[in-house]
Design a protein around this ligand. Structure first.
Ligand SMILES: NC(=O)c1ccc[n+]([C@@H]2O[C@H](COP(=O)([O-])OP(=O)(O)OC[C@H]3O[C@@H](n4cnc5c(N)ncnc54)[C@H](O)[C@@H]3O)[C@@H](O)[C@H]2O)c1
Ligand SMILES: N[C@@H](CCO)C(=O)O
Length: 814
């Protein structure tokens, strides 16, 4: 014989009851079926009782609403010929309920005993309606009054079962019948005096387990509205999946931590009898669901599931006066127990200087008063401090039998949380090693569950959420490269790179929760999106709090560079194509680097020098491997190289500059290139990466542009260059007369950096440098004479976008 339990959603209305009954009737095996109240009924019954106690006659309306709900269900389920006895049963039950509530109303008192009586009506009604429906379907069965067979003490609201008596009653009740199908209301029982008691919220699961244990059932089936127990809460983790098999103890750990699928005390009676317990979905009955059994072997993973509890407060009792003195923890726990406060997690450091316990937030204030009163004398004498209370916390836990004696699990757990900026306030792991719990901020709990799910269940791929600001030449190329490469990244690097937010100077667009931006239609969608506000963009990134978040700056804007620190402090990595931050005051550059280190994020800016060329990366590799940079010589402006490679006095200098701009090599403001600022920034960034504390003022700029070119707008700049054509031609002719080419060269040596136009003779490394190419020569301790050379296209939207892309992948693969 097996036992089935159907929860509130499975019997929420006539249609669901029909589905439930079809599941019951498809099994030939004898069975006991336990049902909950129709969905939502228990809460309304509590409301009616509470209103009556408050002498609010609104309770009558609630009862009318409830009566109608039950009458409707019965009418919809039963053929007219079977309706009258069921409808009069419902009316009679509601008359009784009305009388009880009216007594509560007049007495202004709702004792726990009366409350149990009131809420017990929910299961009585549902089971009787289902019984009438079974009769109408000619399904022979017996309705068993759980109150007559499940005996408890009189602890109303949470009564303790007298198992010897209960087992005997159930066995005799079942054995004396020749029926194969029994139907019983869940949740309710009775005490020795025959008063209705209840088994605690979710107690219908428990009722079913009590029946299963009493008759040594072949199995217990818990039918609900989800397919089994999941690896994590599916409302939070889209990749959560059903756990096929799980042990009783793991199931208890997971249920305790918020996996509301099964009520924790349920497990105890079935575990003692080793009865396999299935969790199945009423609305997808053919799906396997989860089986809970001794030594349940799950799919080879170390971790069975991840769960969490919200609304946690952390209480810390601290003080030097506790060290080495027995009895402090006893008194702390006694004072909490005295207030009936449930302790959820406990930690104590080996220094014995503090004891930290997690409790439900609702108990926090009460706990503070109780503990401060208990330790009043020690507090006034300074031996301990008043109880410290921290709220808005949550517990996140890894659960799994297989974690036992398996090193590295907690390292992986804390590493993954840390990399995502999730601060851990307290941790606990019992010696059973079945559960590792961490207390974190409530705001981080959803992200935390996702981070852990990814770390322990999704070796398939890692999700990276990117936010791109700046969608001009380079930015729009990056988006098309990402679109083109998404599938490759998924298949070859197991990376799911999602563009989650984009913005230009006018508009900003975010993907809805759990989605990414449609990369086929981003231009149109961005046009229709809200106006861009930089602070709001940063706020949203932080509020979304998505795992593996990366901010990508492809603007040339100072304000955008100004938000990096806020993001890094939240462990959001920054990939900057924008050179402003790395070339700002040294203090800011170094602060950003330390923030990245402190908050386990990355701040990468490879494209700041030489676009997509591996220049900063090579320099970092040299230094990390112990080399020292003696000297750098470089041509670092794609624009200037292009201009001097193409200018020979036949067309105007200004028109060649314009061509460089049109081809996407210049800065958004080309004066930065022509005036040498862009190159100064680049050589300074290289010098800083080489270990030098250098500022812009320390760099000599031997510029070639007449001062008049810097006045006014970019249009004025072009006009002025036209006027100065003779100046540019003279520069060109002078170099040509010496058989030299013109190159804008940057060099760094002994803490000094210089940039400027030079005559380059044919034997120079820089002579054969064509188009928009860049070249860097690193002279180091290991490369003293023959330098390490990096050379290639140093500007252009495509190559720059691919350099940004490479930085994003570097962040993603950490
Ligand atoms: N073009 C290259 O070859 C190259 C090479 C290396 C680095 N870079 C760097 O790439 C960056 C972008 O260059 P580009 O050629 O794509 O420039 P662009 O002018 O084509 O694009 C700049 C984008 O930034 C946006 N923007 C500007 N201010 C903004 C703000 N306050 N908020 C939001 N968005 C803002 C603009 O709307 C535009 O979408 C620059 O920092 C440049 O130094 C360019
Ligand atoms: N404007 C820059 C782009 C690369 O940083 C150049 O011309 O080199």
């Amino acid at each position: 014989m097996k036992v089935l339990k159907f929860g509130g959603t499975s019997v929420a209305n006539a249609q669901n009851i029909q589905q439930t009954v079809s599941i019951i009737l498809r099994s030939a095996e004898p069975q006991i079926v336990v049902v909950s109240a129709l969905g939502g009924v228990t809460d309304l019954l509590i409301k009616a009782g509470t209103l009556a106690e408050q002498t609010n006659d609104g309770y009558k309306e609630v009862l009318e609403q409830l009566e109608l709900k039950h009458l409707d269900a019965a009418r919809a389920l039963l053929p007219v010929t079977h309706q009258s006895s069921c409808l009069s049963m419902i009316k009679q039950q509601f008359n009784e309920l009305d009388e009880i509530c009216s007594s509560v109303f007049y007495l202004k008192e709702l004792s726990l005993r009366t409350r149990d009586r009131i809420i017990g009506f929910g299961e009585l009604l549902s089971s009787k309606i289902i019984s009438a429906y079974l009769l109408s379907q000619q399904a022979a069965h017996e309705w068993v009054d759980s109150r007559q067979v499940i005996k408890t003490n009189s602890n109303h609201g949470f009564a303790a079962v007298n198992f010897p008596a209960t087992n005997a009653f159930i066995q005799s009740r079942i054995n004396q019948s020749d029926k194969k199908l029994f139907l019983a209301p869940g949740f309710i029982a009775s005490d020795e005096q025959g008063n209705t008691t209840t088994l605690g919220r979710g107690g219908s699961d428990y009722t079913a387990a009590i029946f299963a244990s009493a008759i040594n059932a072949s199995s217990l089936e818990i039918w609900t509205d989800v397919t089994g127990m999941m690896t994590a809460d599916p409302r939070w983790v889209s990749n959560a999946r059903t756990i096929k098999q799980i042990s009783y103890r793991e199931a208890m750990e997971l249920s305790h931590f918020g996996a509301k699928v099964i009520y924790p005390p349920t497990i105890q009676p079935v575990m003692q009898k080793n009865i396999p317990t299935w969790v199945k979905n009423t609305f997808a009955p053919d799906e396997a669901g989860t089986v809970i059994e001794e030594n349940g072997v799950h799919d080879g993973e170390m971790i069975t599931g991840i769960s969490s509890i919200n609304s946690i407060a952390l209480l810390s009792l601290e003080g030097g006066g506790m060290v080495g003195i027995p009895g402090f923890s006893k008194r702390l726990f006694e004072s909490l127990a005295g207030e009936k406060i449930n302790v959820i997690l406990i930690t104590q450091s080996s220094s014995e200087h503090s004891i930290c316990v997690a409790v439900n937030s609702a108990d926090a204030a009460k706990a503070k008063i109780a503990v401060d009163t208990t330790f009043e004398i020690e507090i006034s004498s300074g031996k301990v401090e008043p109880l410290k209370l921290e709220e808005d916390l949550a517990i996140i836990a890894l659960v799994g039998d297989k974690m036992k004696s398996h090193p590295g699990i907690s390292g992986r757990m804390f590493g993954s949380l840390g990399r995502n900026g999730i601060n851990i306030r307290a941790i606990a792991q019992g010696s059973s090693e079945r559960n590792i719990s961490a207390v974190i901020a409530s705001a981080d709990v959803k992200k935390g569950v996702n981070v852990l799910h990814e770390a322990f269940f999704e070796e398939v791929y890692k999700q990276v959420n990117i936010f791109v600001v700046g969608l001009g030449n380079v930015g729009s190329k990056l988006i098309s490269q990402l679109k083109q490469q998404q599938q490759f990244l998924l298949e070859h690097l197991n990376l799911q790179v999602r563009v989650t937010g984009i913005a230009n100077s006018r508009k900003m667009l975010f993907a809805d929760n759990g989605n990414d931006i449609d990369l086929n239609n981003w231009q149109i969608n961005l046009q229709q999106a809200p106006d861009m506000h930089l602070d709001a963009f940063a706020d949203t990134i932080i509020a979304k709090n998505l795992r593996n978040s990366v901010f990508v700056d492809i603007t040339a804007n100072e304000a955008v560079a100004g938000i990096y620190s806020r993001l890094l402090e939240k462990s959001v990595s920054v990939v900057a194509c924008n050179k402003i931050a790395a070339s700002s005051a040294y203090a800011n550059y170094s602060k950003l680097k330390s923030l990245a280190k402190e908050f386990n994020a990355l701040y990468l800016f490879e494209t700041n020098v030489g676009a997509g060329l591996p220049i900063i990366g090579s320099l970092n590799d040299l230094r990390r491997s112990g080399d020292q940079i003696n000297k750098i010589q470089a041509v670092l402006s794609g624009t200037l190289n292009f201009v001097f490679n193409n200018y020979n006095g036949t067309t105007s200098f200004a028109s060649v500059v314009k061509q460089a701009q049109d081809e996407g090599y210049t800065e958004p403001d080309p004066r930065l290139d022509l005036g040498g600022t862009d190159v100064m920034r680049k050589i300074m960034i290289l010098a800083r990466e080489a270990g030098e504390k250098i500022e812009m003022d320390d760099i000599t700029n031997n510029g070639f542009l007449p001062a008049s070119c810097f006045e006014g707008t970019v249009a004025d700049f072009y006009a002025e260059m036209e006027k100065q054509e003779a100046h540019f031609k003279a520069i060109y002719l002078e170099a040509a007369a010496n058989n030299c080419k013109l190159k804008f060269v940057a060099s760094y040596e002994n803490g000094k950096a210089t940039v400027g136009l030079q005559h380059i003779p044919a034997h120079s490394d820089f002579y054969h440098l064509y188009g928009k190419d860049n070249i860097v020569l690193f002279y180091t301790q290991r490369y003293p004479e023959q330098p390490l050379v990096v050379k290639g296209a140093g500007a252009g939207a495509d190559v720059t976008a691919s350099g940004v892309f490479a930085d994003i992948i570097r962040v993603a693969r950490v």
